[in-house]
Design a protein around this ligand. Structure first.
Ligand code: GSH
Length: 215
């Protein structure tokens, strides 16, 4: 197995909460027991040609393994899950459903959560923000209510823990500070179950060490 290098923020703006997207890649690598190296990168360097050659949109994380370079956490986690056991079931239908949940996390659940984060973080000072915020929050609550009903009293989205849960839990973590996650006790418990996994704890500790060293 070739050595794996990912990129992460040199100075994460998330306060050490593990919200930056490298955390989900670290978590996947920890779940399958793959060691990895981290190259820390500044906001300026992220937009420069060397990084753009790895990530056309100038973001983190990237993933390098031999002469393979990937970006987009969904694709990176899928790549890891396909090559190592532990993140996708063997049964073909269960596997396809787990992959479906990975897409649901990044394609259905994450966009309104990001929109809410941006509305608060970047547009808080705009005159129209007060009026718009409730609309943005409703767009988060609709899929949250639907996800909550689907999960019911299950531990994970479809039987055993999978890469679909890994992506979903990490996407939901960004909602915690808004208070909206706690409106859905089974989803709050689901996220806590994810955070309690030893692999998540190792990933969280690793990103926190970077944060602490830089602040
Ligand atoms: N859809 C991408 C999103 C990547 C992304 O937005 N990364 C953020 C950090 S969590 C970033 O690099 N932001 C800095 C910037 O856009 O300048 C993925 O899942 O990999």
């Amino acid at each position: 197995m070739m050595s794996i290098t990912i990129t992460a923020f040199e100075r994460s703006p998330d306060g050490g909460r593990g919200l930056a997207r490298d955390t989900r890649v670290r978590w996947a690598l920890e779940e399958v027991g793959q060691p990895y190296k981290v190259r820390l990168i500044s906001f300026r360097a992220m937009k420069e040609p060397a990084h753009l050659a790895l990530h056309p949109f100038g973001k983190i994380p990237t993933y390098e393994e031999g002469d393979l370079a990937l970006f987009e956490t969904g694709a990176i986690v899928f790549h890891i899950a396909e090559r190592h056991s532990g993140l996708l079931p063997n049964d073909p239908h269960a596997r396809a459903r787990a992959i479906t949940w990975m897409f649901a996390a990044v394609n259905t659940v994450e966009p309104p959560i990001l929109e809410l984060a941006n509305a608060k973080l970047l547009e808080g000072d705009k005159a129209w923000n007060k009026e718009r915020l409730p609309l943005v929050e409703e767009r988060v609550r609709t899929p949250m209510g639907q996800l909550s009903r689907h999960l019911g009293d299950g531990d994970w989205l479809d039987g055993a823990f999978s890469a679909g849960d890994l992506m979903m839990v990490h996407v939901l973590l960004r909602l915690r500070s808004s208070g909206i996650l706690d409106e859905y006790p089974n989803l709050a418990a689901y996220v806590a179950r994810g955070e309690a996994r030893p692999a998540y704890k190792r990933a969280f500790a690793a990103q926190l060490a970077v944060y602490k060293a830089s602040h």
